[in-house]
Design a protein around this ligand. Structure first.
Ligand code: DX5
Ligand code: ZN
Length: 219
């Protein structure tokens, strides 16, 4: 399977959101990565349902929603109705992760689990076969533009081993500090999906940056 690029809309220009969504639509990007933060699970608030609704209206690629919120079960149905294709919850925010994953799938979405940098891959030993995507946080969640944590490579390898050992078909997504400098090493370690926020949106030629990142990931 080819490696996927998911620009993070958190780094877009919210004053020109439709323009930036069209840029992604017309680029070689594969998914839209949408960061929802509640100011409780993470020390920042991003945007919520009305903005996601506006994004969904214009986006014509897979919508990958990353929930950085406590008690995500409350909103699973709403996110399905707003057009999310993949709904990722944080391991650290779910007391009954298995139940949450089933609830996401019941609403017709793919179910993802995100792990904070301090959370070991081992915690997924008993759920990996129920998970469509694991999002390995390569920065502490809450903000774009942070530096990549090098320990991520080891975690990607461990997760890749776990997936192989369990015969799972889970995708490995990397989120935070992804650039053209670490993309190839991440893919070599086993990554399938690279999220990139500031690297894409702070670049001069955004479609070209996406194109280059995709070429590196698939080289
Ligand atoms: C961080 C978010 C990321 C963020 C990535 O909490 O989950 O998706 O937007 O941004 P960059 O690529 O700038 O690190
Ligand atoms: Zn994210």
């Amino acid at each position: 399977m080819s490696k996927l690029i998911a620009p993070s809309i958190l780094a877009a220009d919210f004053g020109n959101l439709q323009r930036d969504i069209e840029m992604v639509n017309n680029s070689e990007a594969d998914w839209f990565h949408i960061d929802i933060m509640d100011g409780v699970f993470v020390p920042n608030i991003s945007f919520g349902m009305p903005v996601l609704k506006a994004i969904s209206k214009h986006a014509n690629k897979t919508i990958d929603v990353h929930l950085m919120i406590v008690d995500p079960d409350r909103y699973i149905k709403s996110f399905a109705e707003l057009g999310s294709n993949i709904l990722t919850v944080h391991y650290e925010a779910c007391t009954h992760l298995h139940r949450t994953l089933q609830a996401i799938k019941t609403e017709g979405m793919k179910a993802g689990v995100a792990l904070n940098p301090h959370t070991s891959i081992n915690v997924l030993e008993d759920t990996i076969n129920d998970i469509d995507l694991v999002c390995i946080m390569s920065v502490n969640p809450g903000f774009g533009g942070q530096s990549f944590i090098e320990n991520t490579y080891d975690k990607v390898k461990q997760l890749n081993d776990l997936i192989t050992r369990k015969g799972a078909s889970t995708l490995i997504e990397i989120d935070g500090g992804v650039t053209n400098k670490n993309a190839k090493a991440l893919v070599n370690a086993g990554a399938d999906v690279l999220v990139a926020g500031s690297f894409v949106f702070r670049s001069e030629n955004q479609p070209n940056t996406i194109k280059d990142l995709k070429a590196i990931a698939n080289s």
